[in-house]
Design a protein around this ligand. Structure first.
Ligand code: TXA
Ligand code: MG
Length: 338
């Protein structure tokens, strides 16, 4: 039986902490997306995360901490640049890949010698980790390949009955997952873009790189196993279109329209498609609004069972880089830029 709770009191945190200690699964909100968590030091508990999500076991999990003391047992000492990144971006929507210690079971890191560490900037998440008295391994709360869970209804649909607790913290603020970063040969390299942008990182350490697979299909060896897998994709054909020029954009969209096409796009373009179901993600250049809405809209569009989903892309700058990374994967790289 899954207990769904909100407005947590101390006794609720105690119960949830005990459940984690016992090796059970708990879904909790973070500032990015919901996580499905278990004791990161308990191999069996971690196995049950992979099972509940249907996740490939070569795709490692992020370990969540609530204070920096917790890190000492989990990873080797960060170097100077890593420490600067930690000081600048933790707590926050930022995951740093570090050399792991033995305390992290191999299934957490999928056999790699590194582990992703993140300190969420969300009070509920941090309290849960504190009361559990152990770091919590937590991937996004969604069935594997589906959009990440940002809304409690979507999460209940996929996980009711499969976990001990679902903690309802309302819609998650940011809506897309944390920036994943690894310092490689002295250069902070973004393996998954997020709310912490390349510019933010450059400002702190003067240098930054985007992994080559941010917008490109990955096959063969990759820095981050998550890049290889189908993700965020609706079950019908999905195409994304982008142009800086409005006329060119609208012409290209019209070329692809079918009778039962659902469009996910900007508020500004809604009136051009009166005969289609149009799901507005908000204003064209308001990336915070778009990232907050995008996963819910992908789920909604999919649920309407159209012949085709057309998505309007955004400019690849700032948080737009992360939005485009998720959208390009949601349309299985079927992306037209004019
Ligand atoms: O915002 C987030 O990061 C959310 C919330 C719940 O914290 N978590 C999340 O976890 O998105 P998940 O498991 O859905 O995504 C983790 C990503 C995957 O793409 C994985 O391949 C990558 O991080 N990753 C984890 N450990 C890694 C490692 N040691 N080296 C390279 N990539 C790693
Ligand atoms: Mg995920």
């Amino acid at each position: 039986m899954t207990k769904i709770i909100k407005d947590l009191k101390k006794e609720d945190y105690v119960k949830i902490g005990d459940a984690i200690q016992k090796g059970e699964l708990v879904i909790f909100p973070t500032e990015t997306v919901y996580g499905i968590g278990a004791d990161a030091t308990n191999e069996k508990a971690v196995d049950s995360i992979f099972l509940a999500k249907g996740r490939a076991n070569d795709n490692p999990l992020i370990v969540h901490i609530s204070n920096f003391d917790m890190m000492k047992d989990l990873t080797e000492k960060p170097n100077k640049m890593e420490q600067l990144l930690i000081d600048a971006f933790m707590p926050g929507p930022f995951t740093l890949i570090l050399k792991k210690k033995k305390k992290i079971p191999d299934n957490v890191s999928a056999g790699l010698d590194t582990v992703g560490i993140r300190m969420p900037d969300n009070e509920i998440a941090r309290n849960i980790i504190e009361y559990a008295k152990t770091p919590i391994a937590a991937p996004s709360a969604n069935l594997s390949s589906r959009p990440s869970g940002t809304k409690i209804e979507d999460i209940k649909e996929e996980f009711d009955g499969k976990v001990s607790y679902i903690v309802d913290g309302g819609e998650t603020k940011i809506g897309i997952e944390s920036t994943v970063c690894k310092v490689i040969d002295g250069i902070p390299t973004i393996l998954r873009p997020g709310k912490i942008t390349p510019e933010d990182i450059k400002e702190v350490v003067g240098i930054v790189k985007l992994d080559e697979h941010i917008y490109k299909k990955a096959d063969g060896k990759v820095e981050s196993p998550g890049m290889k897998y189908k993700h965020y994709a609706p079950s019908c054909d999905t195409i994304m279109i982008y142009s800086e020029n409005d006329t060119v954009f609208l012409e290209e969209m019209k070329k692809h329209l079918k009778e039962h096409t659902v469009i996910i796009g900007s508020k500004e373009h809604e009136s051009y498609f009166p005969n289609n179901t149009y799901l507005s993600y908000g204003s064209k250049n308001h990336f915070d609004e778009i990232s907050h809405n995008i996963f819910t809209l992908l789920r909604k569009a999919d649920g309407l069972k159209p012949d085709l989903i057309l998505i309007e892309g955004v400019k690849k700058e700032g948080l737009g880089i992360a939005i485009m990374n998720r959208l390009i994967r949601s349309c299985s790289y079927h992306y037209i830029e004019k």
